[in-house]
Write a protein that binds this ligand. Sequence first.
Ligand SMILES: Nc1ncnc2c1ncn2[C@@H]1O[C@H](COP(=O)(O)OP(=O)(O)OP(=O)(O)O)[C@@H](O)[C@H]1O
Ligand SMILES: [Mg+2]
Length: 304
Amino acid sequence: MISVRDLTKRYGRTTAVAGLTFDLRPGVVTGFLGPNGAGKSTTMRMILGLDAPTSGSVTIHGKPYRDLPAPIHEVGALLDAKAVHGARTARTHLRWIARAGGVPRTRVDEVLDIVGLTSVANARIATFSLGMHQRLGIATALLGDPPVLLLDEPVNGLDPEGVHWLRTLLRDLAAEGRAVLVSSHLMNEMAETAEHVLVIGRGELIADLPIDEFTQRGARGHVRVVAPRLAELSTVLKHAGGAVTRRPEGALEVIGLDAARIGDLALEYRIGLHELTPVHAGLEAAFLELTRGSVQYRAHRGER
Ligand SMILES: Nc1ncnc2c1ncn2[C@@H]1O[C@H](COP(=O)(O)OP(=O)(O)OP(=O)(O)O)[C@@H](O)[C@H]1O
Ligand SMILES: [Mg+2]
């Protein structure tokens, strides 16, 4: 569907995208993750032909975007939800895009309905909140009913109901066989939405894998243990090869031994357990671990 090959973009001395290669899969939501400035938006712009690559290539169904005979029916995109004319109404905005792309007028009301903007279809866009802009942008992307969707941070500005709605919508669109690429730096949100992740840092590909594998590979989980004879248990676990940290609240965090092994050891040494909880690292931790070396804009504590 979308094939990115050795894609590179330099702006003067800044390398925004450095030799990216990936394929976008149909039928799944792919999360496009990376810290601020990682090159997510630049990559999306190059896919859409809005920016010329310094080297490398991007094709959609085997062709560069500009050679697509009916782009609105092939790729739907939301890059910047605010880049719309505020004096137009939602309906007139969608109508001119539909007209330009040869999309029937009736589709406009359909997409307004899908994104929940029917009641404000005749309101001027200037009066819209950020979340309403996002919804309008998604409506625009859906106009041509395309098999590929590229959405740059669509969750930004949505309320919790909106986040839930978008998550369901994206999953449904993917289930119909579409390829959906969604960028975000909200890792936990992505964990709920995406089945596959592409992680980039400083323009380079860091990971291209199913989300489960990503969470497992990125950071190890630990087991939290509470027991009345904590010091004794700690010694036993260390002997068995666990890395044990004592938490101030009176629990142990154990890495390297799973919950079953810890439970068996406690039984063997007749040490009572009050809590034995596997704690999974989660996507947030995996992301931080993977992109640690590639975060460009970091807050420096204690510096002014
Ligand atoms: N038009 C431009 N001119 C010069 N530099 C640019 C331009 N566009 C992007 N860059 C630089 O390219 C790098 C990647 O930017 P990009 O916007 O693609 O990152 P991003 O992953 O989308 O970040 P964010 O999460 O903040 O949206 C940054 O260092 C940015 O400053
Ligand atoms: Mg961006």
